[in-house]
Design a binder for this molecule. Structure first.
Ligand SMILES: [Zn+2]
Length: 311
C-alpha cells in the first residue's frame, strides 16, 4: 500500500547557496497525490499572483550543474531537492506536500540522514491505495562527453556507480547496491555532498555555496580531506552520488523497478536519461506492484535501527 508521513515534520536550516535561513515542513498528503513542493513565501505574498506549487517531477527539472532545480509554469523555482527526495524514496513515502519558505531546501548536514531520522521518528501512515512502480522494459542509455548513465530491466531497484576524480582523496570508486530492505538508509543516507577546495573557492568568489561549511560538505584538496573528522565511510563520495541518483530518479513519479548504472553522472545527466526513457516507446510501463515486489522496494521494511547502522 502507499504511505505518507504520519504527522507534520519541521526542518530549520540554511540554503547551501544563499546561506539564508530556510524552514521546510513535510506534511501528510492524500493517496495518489504524489510528492509536491509548495513555496510558502510565494503563497503568503498577496501581491504575487504566481502558482506556488511545484510538482516533484522529471519534466519540471531545469538544467543546473550544482543541484536539482525544479520550476513550475509560472517560473516559481526551488533548488537542491535531491536529498529530501532520496529520503522520501528510501523511506517509501509516496505522498507528501513539502512547504519551503525560500528558493532552496535546507542543506542541514549535507546528507539525507536528518530527513530520514525525522521521517522515521514521525512514522509512516499506510494509505488505502496500491503502490505503483515504474518498470524498465528495455535498456535506455545516455552518453555525454565525459559521463554515461543507463537504465535497464531488473526485478528490483539496483544502483551501480563509478566515479573517477583526479584528487587522490577521492580517486576511483565503484559501488553496487540492491536498494531493498532499508539498504539506502543503512548504507547511503548519511553520506554527504563533496567538493574540491578549488571549486569551493570559485563558488564563493561567485556568491555561491554561502551556506556551505567543512561540516556539511566533504571538502578535499589533493590527497587531503579537509573536513574535520574526515570521511563517514571510506567511499563516502560514491555513496553520495548514489544517494543523489536515488533522489533524482524518484522524480519519475514512482519507485523504479530497474537497474541504474552511472559513470561520472550528475544531476543533469540523470534527468536527461529520464527524459530519454519517457521518450522511448516500449521502454517503460507504470505497474501496480504485488506484495512480493513491494517487499523489495527501497522503503520496504525500513526502521530507525537501519539508520543507527549507518551512523
Ligand atoms: Zn547531493
Amino acid at each position: 500500500m502507499q504511505s505518507t508521513v504520519a504527522k507534520r515534520i519541521r526542518f530549520d536550516g540554511v540554503g547551501l547557496h544563499s546561506g539564508a535561513p530556510v524552514r521546510m515542513e513535510v506534511l501528510p498528503a492524500p493517496v495518489n497525490s504524489g510528492i509536491t513542493f509548495l513555496r510558502s513565501d510565494i503563497e503568503a505574498d498577496a501581491t504575487d499572483m504566481r502558482d506556488a506549487l511545484i510538482p516533484a517531477r522529471w519534466d519540471a527539472v531545469v538544467p543546473s550543474q550544482l543541484c536539482t532545480l525544479i520550476r513550475n509554469d509560472d517560473g516559481v523555482e526551488l533548488s537542491t531537492i535531491e536529498h529530501i527526495m532520496a529520503a522520501l524514496a528510501g523511506c517509501g513515502i509516496g505522498n507528501a506536500v513539502i512547504t519551503v519558505d525560500g528558493p532552496e531546501v535546507p542543506i542541514l548536514d549535507g546528507s539525507a540522514a536528518p530527513f530520514v531520522d525525522a521521517i522515521l521518528a514521525a512514522g509512516l501512515r499506510r494509505q488505502d491505495g496500491p503502490t505503483r512502480a515504474l518498470k524498465i522494459l528495455k535498456p535506455v542509455e545516455l552518453v555525454t562527453d565525459n559521463a554515461r548513465a543507463r537504465l535497464e530491466p531488473s526485478d528490483t531497484m539496483e544502483i551501480d556507480f563509478h566515479i573517477d576524480f583526479a584528487d587522490p582523496a577521492i580517486g576511483v570508486q565503484d559501488k553496487h547496491l540492491v536498494m531493498a530492505n532499508g539498504a539506502f538508509v543503512r548504507e547511503l543516507s548519511n553520506c554527504r555532498t563533496f567538493c574540491r577546495k578549488a571549486d569551493v573557492d570559485y563558488m564563493r568568489e561567485n556568491g555561491l555555496a554561502l551556506g556551505g561549511t567543512f561540516e556539511n560538505a566533504v571538502v578535499v584538496d589533493g590527497d587531503a580531506v579537509l573536513s574535520p573528522g574526515g570521511l563517514r565511510h571510506d567511499d563516502e563520495p560514491v555513496r553520495h552520488k548514489m544517494l543523489d541518483a536515488l533522489g533524482d530518479l524518484y522524480l519519475a513519479g514512482a519507485p523504479i523497478l530497474g537497474r541504474y548504472v552511472g559513470e561520472k553522472a550528475g544531476h543533469a545527466v540523470t534527468n536527461k536519461l529520464l527524459r530519454k526513457l519517457f521518450d522511448t516507446p516500449g521502454a517503460w510501463a507504470f505497474v501496480t506492484v504485488d506484495a512480493a515486489t513491494a517487499a523489495r522496494l527501497p522503503g520496504a521494511g525500513v526502521s530507525p535501527a537501519d539508520l543507527a547502522v549507518c551512523a
